[in-house]
Design a protein around this ligand. Structure first.
Ligand code: S3P
Length: 167
């Protein structure tokens, strides 16, 4: 049953980029929980946060993860906070092999600090915010992970090869 590949990790870890390439490599379909939420609501993620708050977004996310995790033959890139809810952790680990794309707060910051599409990064000190998020979430990422892959300095192709070898 476990034919899916699930990617978890913080914002900027490369879940979508790496996920798309893994899907191509294994001839699987690619899904991204954030993109599915945006397609359904017709608005970008920051607008959902503005209108419904983080909890409203998390409810939508839980619904989408429950559905996408039922699919077979897919690579699923999840939003960085999806592992916060127990229901999502259970659905994801049941659905397939979970890969944690791991990077330090500094590496993530360097990749995403220009990006305005991440509401949780709109703080006075985004690097500090990333450190706090990492600290609060790391145990959950590790709990669900079948494979932990450092994404700090490596090129995308190298990471994809590594995952393909180890899964
Ligand atoms: C979030 C990460 C985002 C998106 C939302 C909340 C988080 O996804 O789901 O902005 O809580 O870390 P990415 O990890 O794809 O950036």
């Amino acid at each position: 049953m476990q034919d899916n590949i699930i990617l978890v990790g913080l914002m900027g870890a490369g879940k979508s980029t790496i996920g798309r390439q893994l899907a191509r490599r294994f001839n699987l379909e690619f899904y991204d929980s954030d993109k599915t939420i945006e397609a359904r609501t017709g608005v970008p993620i920051p607008t959902i946060f503005e209108m419904e708050g983080e909890q409203g977004f998390r409810d939508r996310e839980e619904q989408v993860i429950a559905e996408l995790s039922q699919l077979r033959g897919v690579v699923l890139a999840t939003g960085g906070g999806s592992i916060l809810r127990e229901a999502n952790r259970a659905a994801l680990t049941r659905s397939g092999r979970v890969v944690y794309l791991r990077a330090s707060a500094e590496q993530l910051y360097n990749r995403i600090h220009h990006d305005k599409n991440r509401p949780l990064m709109q703080t006075d000190n985004p690097l500090q915010t990333l450190r706090s998020l990492l600290q609060a979430r790391e145990a959950h990422y590790l709990e669900v992970a079948d494979l932990i892959v450092p994404t700090g300095k490596q090129k995308v192709a190298h990471i994809v090869n590594l995952i393909a070898q180890k899964l």
